[in-house]
Design a protein around this ligand. Structure first.
Ligand code: HEM
Length: 475
């Protein structure tokens, strides 16, 4: 008889359903509910039927076995304020057009060859970050690691896309771009009643769409200007930059490719939103975990000093020789996946999962946070232990469903190659060039590790630490 029912779940209240049960940290409350109702459960969130997968098996069923059925997204109301949201890679339905964007990402943008070509630009950005820390080192005033890493992540993406710096790391001026991205992520991370009660969508009762629209509009103006200037440079015969913008403009010139300036702007928005905060908070969480566990920090440091020394900063090409550092990055993303519920999926037809009905148009969430802490797969799941990844083949490429910080299946994060290079490089350089001291009165074991749920899973209390320059370090 279960084959005719939707998966089990909390009963919820009339009209609002289980909305209140989500609380301020839905990743945690959904994990607690899954312990009662099981790895595949149904919640009514307002009038939206939501299916939540909370085990590796349930994730595999949705992201791999039935990837055709779950290839579309449930688009939040706030995203529709973006002028070109229909051509967004992250939000478009998994159709032909989306497939062509993914193909260009996989074959021309996030390839080792292209990323290697743009390596010097990234090294320069990370060196700027180290110079910023150096300037603030040996004082009693701590630096906000997440904030500085965020500015660097934006500059890494802007140099990869457009070969320019978009944020000045050390000045309150030239912050417009950073404020735009923060304005978008801040507003997009707010819970919005319109997402749960589609009938009131046009009213935009909380004004979220109205608030976010000017940010999107200004962002598009900036992209228009960059595209215009590059077209002029191409016309005048200036040498190619071979960055993502050149790749996308080449596509626009190909007849029948379906690419145009609108596509470039929406892809650029996607990359800045999806690729900046996620990277910065990974560096911040990793540093927080290492500061709480000095023996792990020492191991990571010893490895870097032994392999590279102090004559130069770590480079992308060194990362392969740093297995402990790679394990630190993996372990950080297990405990703190930056997008803990992935990006919401939508069932494009009625289907069955584990014998339960999943109705067409249901919203489908995959709780990667809960899966990374599942005690049947992870020993001592709450403890930060990079050693668990040493000598293990477990990877984030979507084959191991107990570890999916980047998702899995056809909509897996296309930016993994860039993300891993960025996070590893920023983290390794911080560990190599500085020793880090917590401000007076904060003991490592007392470091606040509370999460703040939004568009990404941030550290609720920013990590502020004092950098102490390693004197022998050259840069
Ligand atoms: C630590 C860094 C990052 C993490 C943890 C991360 C994680 C994710 C996750 C979980 C998804 C959703 C996958 C799913 O629904 O199954 C995603 C999608 C996406 N990510 Fe990333 N990401 C990161 C960095 C980046 C970067 C650097 C870029 C590009 C510059 C990027 C671009 C995208 C895009 C465009 C999508 C949407 C893909 C689609 O729907 O087809 N991400 N990412």
């Amino acid at each position: 008889s279960s084959s005719r029912k939707t998966p089990p779940g909390p009963k919820g209240l009339p009209i609002i359903g289980s909305l209140l049960e989500l609380g301020p940290r839905p990743n945690q409350s959904l994990a607690a509910l899954a312990k009662i109702h099981g790895p595949i459960m149904t919640l009514k969130l307002g009038s939206i039927t939501t299916i939540v997968a909370s085990s590796p098996e349930a994730a595999k069923e949705i992201l791999q076995k039935q990837e055709q059925v779950f290839s579309d997204r449930t688009v939040p109301c706030v995203v529709t304020a973006q002028p070109y949201h229909k051509t967004s890679l992250a939000w478009a339905p998994g159709d032909q057009r989306w497939r062509s964007y993914r193909r260009i990402c996989a074959t021309q943008m996030f390839t080792n060859q292209r990323l290697d070509l743009l390596q010097p630009l990234r090294h320069k950005k990370v060196e700027d970050l180290m110079l910023y820390f150096k300037k603030h080192s040996d004082s009693t005033a701590p630096v906000d690691i997440g904030r500085a890493s965020f500015a660097t992540a934006l500059n890494v993406i802007s140099s990869t896309m457009f070969s320019i710096d978009i944020v000045d790391l050390d000045s309150e001026n030239a912050q417009e771009f950073k404020d735009l991205i923060l304005g978008i992520t801040h507003n997009a991370g707010k819970p919005n009643l319109s997402d749960y009660f589609p009938l009131i969508k046009p009213l935009d009762l909380q004004g979220v769409k109205q608030n976010i629209r000017p940010f999107y509009q200004r962002l598009n103006e900036i992209f228009d200007d960059l595209i215009f200037k590059r077209l002029e440079a191409r016309k005048s015969g200036e040498s190619r930059k071979d960055d993502f913008l050149d790749v996308l403009l080449d596509q626009c010139e190909e007849e029948g490719s379906g690419f145009n300036h609108e596509t470039i702007k929406s892809l650029s928005t996607d990359f800045f939103i999806a690729g900046s905060d996620t990277n910065a908070i990974s560096v911040e969480w990793a540093m927080a975990e290492l500061l709480r566990k000095p023996e792990a920090m020492q191991k990571a440091r010893d490895e870097i000093i032994q392999k590279i020394g102090f004559k130069r900063l770590v480079q992308d090409s060194d990362i392969d020789q740093l297995p402990y550092l790679q394990a630190v990055v993996k372990e950080t993303m297990r405990l703190h996946p930056p997008t803990p519920l992935l990006i919401p999926y939508k069932a494009n037809k009625d289907t069955q999962v584990f014998g339960f009905n999943v109705p067409k148009d249901s919203q489908v969430l995959v709780n990667a946070w809960a899966i990374g802490r599942d005690p049947s797969y992870w020993e001592n799941p709450a403890s930060f232990s990079p050693e668990r990844f040493l000598g293990s083949c477990l990877d984030f490429k979507g084959r191991d469903f107990e570890y999916i910080p980047f998702g899995a299946g056809r909509r897996i994060c296309p930016g993994i190659p860039l993300a891993i290079r960025m996070v590893s490089l920023m983290l390794a350089s911080c560990i190599q060039a500085f020793r880090w001291r917590l401000p007076e009165g904060i003991a490592p074991e007392k470091l606040d590790m509370e999460e703040q749920f939004g568009l990404t899973l941030r550290k609720a209390v920013p990590l502020c630490v004092i950098p102490i320059l390693e004197e022998k370090q050259k840069f």
